[in-house]
Design a protein around this ligand. Structure first.
Ligand code: A3P
Length: 319
């Protein structure tokens, strides 16, 4: 029959309406909650996760700042962990978008569908863009594993700016890039500010390296093979010598590659639903390192780099 349209959670609406609002990224309305900005539509989910969600020891979390490489990491973790269940030639990733294979909890909880996450059999792969400080109580002590991906801050901004633009109705003006940069520098973007988001996960990866794997998009692009193997080991399903000989690692990388995913029928559509607000085709734009050079003047880049250095300088974290 017809798919029922889920009813969004309303119990936090009063609280949310009192939070600072920013409309500079319209059509996305952002609210500031516990130090970070969130799309208003997802915020009920973030609060519900904090109040109700408890991780299982077997859970694996795919975490990121939006536009840092979430889709790719979802595809890789899903393909690697399910490789023996599904022959790669007939893998679900051929017909499903990676976000349908690994769910983003924020949206599901915002739609009042937490029970679907409870009903998932272990081991689950779950995802969110929540900062570690907001997620901590839900996962602390559970023993679950976390994989976090970060990306050059300048490329994140460019990617987000394009992505936001794809959501814009035709009658709405496009956000000028200079204004986008200004807002981003003030931390105003989904899950922003980016610097504390990255640092909190990086510091946690230093505290608990056996449970928190911290990755960089640029390094993954540079050396996909070693990263696929590292992911598999971290997730407790290392590639066997035989698999390596048979080229399984290469096959997985090919299946999860930007070109391959982008050209699949499912990912070429403007398809979206209540859970997946982004049109699937808008998740695959360019997939390159350093596209910021085509959008920023040297002064713009310098300004953003300086803010990044300022934010990272006491931590020892290097980009
Ligand atoms: P660009 O806009 O720079 O192209 P997220 O998945 O976190 O929303 O991030 C989206 C960014 O990752 C986009 O960057 C997108 O093109 C890129 N991307 C998506 N799938 C990818 C893949 N399989 N490999 C590499 N990059 C990918």
């Amino acid at each position: 029959g017809e798919e029922q349209n889920p009813t969004p959670l309303q119990e936090y609406d009063d609280l949310i309406s009192t939070l600072p609002l920013d409309e500079g990224w319209l059509p996305v309305r952002l609210r500031k909650y516990q130090g970070s900005w969130f799309p208003e539509l997802n915020l009920p989910g973030v609060i519900a996760i904090q109040q109700h969600f408890k991780a299982r020891p077997t859970d694996l979390f795919v975490l990121s700042f939006p536009k840092a490489g979430t889709t790719w990491l979802k595809a890789l973790t899903f393909a690697i962990t399910t490789r023996t269940q599904h022959p790669l030639a007939h893998h679900p990733l051929h017909s499903l978008n990676p976000h349908q294979c690994v769910v983003t909890m924020d949206r599901i909880f915002a739609l009042g569908q937490a029970s679907t996450i409870e009903a998932m059999p272990s081991p689950r792969i779950l995802s969110t863009h929540m900062p570690f400080s907001l997620l901590r109580d839900s996962i602390e002590g559970s023993g679950c594993r976390i994989i976090y991906v970060c990306r050059d801050v300048k490329d994140v901004l460019v990617s987000w700016w394009h992505f936001n633009d794809k959501m814009r109705p035709p009658e709405m003006d496009r956000v000028p890039f200079a204004k986008a940069l200004e807002m981003f520098c003030e931390g105003i973007c989904p899950s922003g500010p980016i610097w504390s988001h990255v640092l909190e996960y990086w510091e946690e990866s230093l505290r608990r390296p056996e449970k928190v794997l911290f990755l960089k998009y640029e390094e993954m692009m540079e050396e996909p093979m070693s990263h696929a193997k590292r992911l598999a080991e971290f997730m407790g399903c290392p590639f066997s010598l035989e698999e390596e000989r048979e080229g399984v690692v290469e096959e997985i990388l090919k299946l999860c590659s930007f070109e391959k995913l982008r050209n699949l029928e499912v990912n070429k559509t403007h398809k979206r639903d209540a859970v997946h607000l982004a049109k699937f085709d808008s998740l695959f734009r360019k997939g390159k390192v350093g596209d910021w050079r085509n959008h920023m003047s040297p002064e713009m880049a310098r300004k953003l780099d300086e803010i990044t250095q300022q934010n990272f300088k006491d931590s020892g974290f290097t980009v």
